[in-house]
Write a protein that binds this ligand. Sequence first.
Ligand code: SF4
Ligand code: SF4
Length: 403
Amino acid sequence: MSTVAVEVVYRGIFQKTLARNIVRSIVFAARKEGKIGTAFGRYGDSPERNGIPAKQFAIVSDSPEELEENLAVYEAREVDVTINVDDTMCKGIESWAWYGLQPINALTKPGGTLIVTSRQAADALIEDIHQKDSAYNLAIIPASTSYSGLWVYKDDHTDVRILGALAKVCPELVSLDSMVAALEDQGWGGLKATSARNTYDRLTSRPVEPGEGSDDEPFSFDLPGWKSMEEGLVIRGIEEGGGFRGGSLGDSYDPINTPSILPQGYEPTRNSVFKKFSTRAMRPVINFDTCIKCTLCWLQCPDTCFDVTPDGLYDANMEACCGCAVCEAVCPVPDCITMVNEAEFNDNNSQYEHWTRDKDGYHNWMAELIQIQKDKDSTRSHGYHSPGVYESESEVALTGDDD
Ligand code: SF4
Ligand code: SF4
C-alpha cells in the first residue's frame, strides 16, 4: 500500500459525530496493522452551519514520512473512497461559497469508490450524480439518513456499517478484522461489530462508466485570485432593497417617483454566489389554492426565500431555501405547505409559475409528491417537528429490518 485517503461528506452539525466516528475509527483500525494515519475536518467548513455540506478526511500511510508528504496540501486533491452519508448530496455540495457546487464525486479517483447511504436504487442516484471522465464504483448501504450529530444522536449503527463497507471496497486500507478490533477497542463490540460484518458480507458495488450520470453544469463563479485581491478586507454585502415587480411596466416600474402605481409583487435581492441548492434535505411544496395569504411563511422564513407574487401569494425561491421547514410549521392552513424529500426533485423551478401555467398539472404533481412523502415517511423525516421520530427509526435499524 502507499497512501490511502478517505473523505466523509456529511451535513454540518447534524452528522458531525457520525463523520468523526468514521474517520477516527479508520485511523484506529490502521494502527492495528502498523500503519499511521490522521483524521481531520476540512478547515473551510468550520464553523459549520446546520445542514451545510462539510467534510472530514482520514489519510493512512505506511510511514510517517509518506503521511507527512501527503498532508503538505491543504485538502486531499483526490481520494480512494468518498463516503456520502446523505443521498440528497448526490446532487452536489456547497460548503462556504468556496467553489459553487462541487460534484459529490469530484475527488473520487479513477477506479475509486463512492459509498452512499440510501434507500434509492443505483440508477436513481446516478441520475443526480455529475458525470466524470473516468470510471469509478458506486456502493449503496441501504439505510435511512442518520442524523447522528451534535444536536440529535441516534445510535443506529450507520457509522459501523459504513466502516464494514469500507473494509470491503478498499481492502488495501484495512482488513475487516482490524476494523472490528478497532470497534471493540472503542466499546463497540457485540451488535455493532455484527452490523459491520453483516454490511461487509452484503455490500455490492456497481461500476459507473465515464460519461454516465447527470450532465448538468455545476453552478460556479469566479473566485478572486491572490493577484486580484482588493486593498483592505472587502466583504461584499447584498444590495439593499429588492425588486418590486411592476407588472406590465416591467423594469420601468418606479415605486419612488410614481407611488400611485401599486407594485405587483416583490422579490428580495439575494446572495449572488452562495446558493442553497445542496443545503436542504427537504423542500416545501405549496398549495396555492388553499393559501389564505396570511404572510406568516414570508415573515418567518429565516432565509428570505419567499417572493411575493403579483396576486399576493408566496413562492419559495429554491436558490435560497435551506429546507428548515419553518414555513411548514408556521402555516396555519392544514397541508398548505408540505415538506418533501429533496431527492424527489430534478430542478429548482418556480412552483408558482408551474401553478399559473397549468393548475391541473400542478395539482397532480403536488398530490403525487405528497403521497410519496407519506409512503416513504421513514426514509426522510424532519426531526424539528416530529420529535421522537429518531427513536422509532433506531428501533427499526437495530432489529435489522433496515438492511
Ligand atoms: S423551508 Fe421554508 S422557511 Fe425554511 S428556508 Fe425554505 S422556504 Fe424558508
Ligand atoms: S403561511 Fe400558508 S397560508 Fe400563510 S401565506 Fe404562507 S402559504 Fe399562505
